[in-house]
Design a protein around this ligand. Structure first.
Ligand code: PAF
Length: 300
């Protein structure tokens, strides 16, 4: 069956109701379009898990700050429809802004704590907009699974948290980052990079990898790990770093020293030219009692 383009909430909800009445499992892949291999890997994951895959394409105005790129965010519906179809999506839900946010729209989800740091500190209302639109998309597409990319790591924690706390009845599935050959994480915003900035953009992955290597060798001190990433990033003189930080992967806590067996996330946000890029990597601190004793007694 060819992919069906759906532009109204009512039609999407009716289809979701029919699928559920037929005992079908639904996976939703929320996107803002201008699809790339990162998105198509999410659709393929949805295909593995469910009987019907709904990809949503909505450039959500409520998650953009006043000086961000809402207006110029890349858009290409025909290309997205084709890619969604080729990668196993049955439906593309593509509502207009007024279909999602009627006049005097006033209801928002606001999380505390987890949204105060990293992306949330730099983009103050961003996660309220993300949580709100995801909640709406879940109520519209009625999925059993929602598939998100690890690339927006803090976003995945925010979505999991509100889903758990507001008792949404679905599973959040997080799929690995898809990278270009030099390590640059796939993103619709990569199209903003000029040739020079694109050449430099592999530096984010290089910084994550350098920190990973030092952790494997025994580094446990959070600020030292952050310093390693900063040093690598600064080898590109024009770079502007928003943050290059490590934290507990579950709650983004920032202890002085990470412990053996702890799952941590390394996160970077920086500008190359006018393009803001983010990336991250998850690593479990290796179990090595000798290294840990050394760090505690002599390294601090
Ligand atoms: O990750 C994105 O593309 C967006 O934040 C999402 C989840 C589609 C919500 O607008």
């Amino acid at each position: 069956m060819p992919i069906e383009l759906i532009e109204t909430v009512g039609r999407m909800q009716a289809i979701a109701d029919e699928l559920r009445a037929d005992g079908k499992k639904i996976a939703v892949v929320p996107t803002m379009g201008f699809l790339h291999r990162g998105h198509t890997s999410l659709m393929q994951k949805g295909r593995e898990l469910a009987d019907a895959v709904v990809t949503t394409l909505f450039v959500n105005p409520t998650q953009f700050g006043p000086n961000e790129d809402f207006e110029r965010y890349p858009r290409d519906l025909d290309r997205d429809l084709e890619m969604a179809e080729e990668n196993g999506s049955d439906y593309l839900f593509h509502p207009g802004v007024t279909e999602m946010y009627q006049d005097n729209y006033s209801t928002f989800i606001m999380l505390k704590g987890i949204t105060d740091k990293f992306e949330g500190r730099i983009r103050p209302k961003h996660f309220n907009g993300v949580a709100t639109v995801c909640a709406k998309l879940f109520n519209i597409t009625k999925p059993h699974y929602a598939i998100f990319g690890q690339k927006d790591y803090q976003q995945t924690l925010v979505v999991k948290k509100f889903v758990r706390e507001l008792n949404f009845d679905l599973d959040i599935v997080v799929a690995p980052i898809v990278r270009e050959s030099d390590g640059l994480a796939m993103s619709s915003r990569n199209t903003y990079l000029n040739d020079d900035d694109r050449r430099d953009a592999g530096i984010l992955f290089a910084a994550l990898e350098e920190a990973r290597k030092e952790i494997v060798k025994g580094e446990r001190r959070r600020t030292t790990i952050n310093g390693i990433m900063h040093n690598v990033l600064r080898s590109v003189p024009s770079i502007k770093i928003d943050y290059a930080s490590s934290a507990d992967a579950e709650n983004l806590g920032e202890p002085e020293v990470f412990l053996d067996g702890e799952r941590i996330v390394l996160m970077i946000a920086c500008y190359l030219g006018r393009t803001r890029l983010i990336d991250n990597s998850i690593i479990t601190i290796p179990e090595d009692p000798s290294v840990r004793r050394y760090d505690f007694k002599e390294g601090l």
